[in-house]
Write a protein that binds this ligand. Structure first.
Ligand SMILES: CC(=O)SCCNC(=O)CCNC(=O)[C@H](O)C(C)(C)COP(=O)(O)OP(=O)(O)OC[C@H]1O[C@@H](n2cnc3c(N)ncnc32)[C@H](O)[C@@H]1OP(=O)(O)O
Ligand SMILES: CC(C)C(=O)C(=O)O
Length: 521
């Protein structure tokens, strides 16, 4: 048998006890297959957690086998199996974890009046006897025994002191004081640890542990408060997965300790650049999506959309980021282009996409970008490429679309009312057609007559979603020569009109060039 995790040896070390595979899996709908559990356990060990609570072996044959296999494969990480304060649970947990290099039995019993009266139907004295007997039984099976006082935070402190004393006397090496129902507030939780550590005679024989639920959104704050009160183990789960509102999120407690070392002079051995990978794996196997604005591992955790923040980020990332994206395994900060973005970020984005525009063209493109962002939920790089490509292409055009209204449907021919600027003159026409595109093109032709034949009309969505920009290509042929015009807009008819006009413009430029060549010849 081995002794308690070496993690306990250093005073500033916080033992990270991951319970994703046990409490995390208790989250309704989050159960994982045998293979998935092995995969998660392997990643947790590689990431440097100190203890993996692999499951509740008495719960089912499947859980037993998964815990046993995780224990068999484990290296230096401690593998814990949960057990009620029932002899059969404890023997089963021991059977499952004993093949590990560092096995731990984690046994628990309720201590609060409400649990004693209604769930356990036992008196305080009976529960004290149960604690002594079951912890001693576990300690005869393995050297590393954790005891938890279920519902500790609703337990009268004097009784809790007696329970903890009994557990340590019976051989518990870790004492966990869970906030089982997420009821505690940080100052209260810290005070509870201080009081217990101070009042229990043998408190130095055990490591104290937090286990916080997030019913009031305080799980991480309470865990850190527990550390301030004397705890040196934090029980937590990847993505905060767990019973009801979940547990303290591992990635959050680890990064809080790392980032605020000035306030929490402690360390963990977690390889933080693996946090994002762990989050993605757990999200995938549990089928629980991570909310976009989740701390540390949410998609937006290192994304900035607002102009003022983007400007600051371009000048110095520390203006708006307290951790580097690399420190949690994210490749780079992303500046998301949207309606809150400013010119600094827009210019930078254009550079990234390979466009160098002069000040006037940039200003023009920026206006069009803002207009697009007002109409469209997500502005992707492809949108900006299409928009700037369109901008560059239209710079020398003689004809521009000013306004377009199309009426189409089941009730007869479609009608297009279009206003164009032709060499500075505004012209409007109302024309019908066989469908909205035909009506639009007929209206353009009515204003700018020509004999060119259309050999291609193609539409594709620049990005996904029903609000995506349409990018339209129109090819016109005249005198054996062809030109292609392109137009992009969230409105397919407007994009079509722009594309058609762009092609007509090119024909006019060709004609002018030919005319100039003929004159000079
Ligand atoms: C706060 C927590 O997260 S605790 C862990 C919760 N996780 C789980 O419950 C998941 C796995 N659980 C299971 O698979 C099942 O509940 C089992 C196998 C453990 C037990 O199943 P069953 O024997 O059918 O009992 P059931 O779940 O209906 O009721 C729980 C029993 O355990 C008792 N019990 C609950 N906690 C403890 C404890 N820590 N020590 C001793 N007995 C306990 C209850 O009083 C109840 O006993 P009773 O049947 O005499 O009234
Ligand atoms: C079993 C214990 C540690 C628990 O999960 C809780 O009290 O929330």
């Amino acid at each position: 048998m081995t002794t308690t995790s070496s993690a306990a040896s250093s005073k500033d070390k916080i033992v990270i006890f991951d319970t994703t595979l046990r409490d995390g899996e208790q989250c309704p709908g989050a159960s994982m297959t045998y293979e998935e559990k092995l995969e998660v356990a392997e990643l947790l060990e590689d990431m440097g957690v100190d203890v993996i609570e692999a499951g509740f072996p008495i719960a089912s044959q499947g859980d037993f086998e998964a815990v046993q296999e995780i224990a068999r494969r484990a290296g230096d990480v401690t593998i814990a199996g949960l057990a009620r304060a029932i002899p059969g649970d404890i023997t089963r947990a021991a059977e499952a974890v004993r093949v590990a290099k560092r096995p731990r039995i984690h046994t628990f019993v309720s201590t609060s009046p409400i649990h004693l009266a209604h769930q356990m139907k036992k008196t305080e004295e009976q529960v004290l006897d149960i604690i002594s007997a079951t912890v001693a039984q576990a300690r005869n099976l393995v050297d590393d025994v954790e005891w938890s006082a279920m519902d500790a935070t609703r337990t009268p402190i004097d009784y809790l002191i007696r329970c903890v004393d009994a557990a340590i006397k019976a051989g518990a090496t870790t004492i966990n004081l869970p906030d089982t129902v997420g009821y505690a507030v940080p100052e209260e939780y810290a005070a509870m640890f201080r009081r217990i550590v101070e009042a229990v005679p043998n408190s130095d024989k055990a490591i104290f542990s937090t286990h916080c639920h997030d019913d009031l959104g305080l799980a991480v704050a309470n865990s850190l408060a527990g550390v301030a009160g004397g705890a040196r183990q934090i029980e937590c789960t990847i993505n905060g997965l767990g019973e009801r509102a979940g547990n303290a999120a591992l990635e959050e407690v680890v990064m809080a300790i790392r980032t605020r070392g000035d306030f929490y002079p402690y360390r963990t051995d977690v390889e933080t650049p693996m946090l994002t990978r762990a989050s993605k794996l757990v999200s995938a196997v549990s089928a629980f999506p991570v909310q976009y604005n989740k701390a540390i591992v949410g998609r937006n955790a290192f994304s900035h959309e607002s102009g003022i923040h983007q400007d600051g980020m371009l000048k110095n990332a520390e203006t708006y980021e307290i951790m580097t994206p690399e420190s949690v395994g994210v490749k780079a900060t992303s500046l998301v282009m949207g309606k809150h973005s400013g010119r600094h970020a827009f210019r930078e984005k254009l550079k990234e996409l390979g466009f160098e525009l002069g000040d006037n063209a940039l200003e023009d493109a920026f206006k069009r970008f803002k207009d697009l962002a007002d109409r469209k939920k997500h502005v992707y790089d492809e949108d900006i490429e299409a928009l700037v490509g369109d901008e560059v292409a239209t710079a020398n055009e003689r004809i521009r679309v000013l306004a377009l209204t199309v009426i189409a449907g089941t009730g007869g021919p479609a009608k297009a009312i279009i206003s164009l600027d032709v060499d500075g003159t505004h012209v409007t026409k109302e024309v019908t057609g066989n469908g909205p595109v035909d009506a639009t093109f007929n209206a353009i032709k009515a204003i700018v007559p020509h004999e060119a034949k259309m050999s291609l009309y193609q539409v594709h969505a620049v990005t996904e979603g029903t609000d995506a920009q349409a990018e339209v290509s129109v090819r016109l042929e005249e005198d054996g020569k062809s030109v292609t015009g392109r137009g992009a807009d969230p409105d397919t008819m407007v994009a079509s009109a722009k594309a058609y006009i762009s092609a007509v413009n090119k024909i006019m430029i060709k004609r002018q060039r030919q005319h100039a060549q003929a004159v000079s010849a």
